[in-house]
Design a protein around this ligand. Sequence first.
Ligand code: HEC
Length: 143
Amino acid sequence: MTVRKILVGSLLLLAGGFLGSAQQAGIREVPIKNVDPTSGLKMYRNYCAACHGTDGKGTGPAAKALKTSPGDLTTLAQRNHGKFPAKYVHQAILGDAEPAPHANQGMPAWSGLFLSISGSPVPQAEVEQRAFNLTTYVKSLQQ
Ligand code: HEC
């Protein structure tokens, strides 16, 4: 399974080569950082912004190198009859969504990655806490 593969390496795909504008965007793997699970903002900036952009509009530095566009996270509520789809976002983050996430299309399944950095005696609870706080942050980005 993809999750196990990611767990072993504990790696995260991130953008490389975005320092100079002339350089082409590329994807490189970096070890995942243990960012404060209570801060949706800090986690978003560290884990998500490379692809989704700091504004959530899907134009992060790594986005161009992806096969699939990350989409626009600021219109999730708009696209769902004005109601923010919290459960969908939560599942999209953890990679529990049905149908199974397409890891090769660019969106990492975060449950395994978060599990791999957990120092909590109840790792699954910390994974849920991260997904919850990230979901709340994505909600705050809605137009
Ligand atoms: C390596 C690039 C990458 C990173 C990093 C990434 N995503 Fe994604 N994300 C994608 C891509 C590509 C898609 C669309 C295709 C798919 O669903 O697989 C997507 C889809 C999504 C969706 C569904 C959007 C929709 O319109 O239905 C949500 C929600 C989401 N990501 C949230 C996050 C959050 C929160 C993080 C950080 C924890 C994150 N993503 C990190 C690439 C990424």
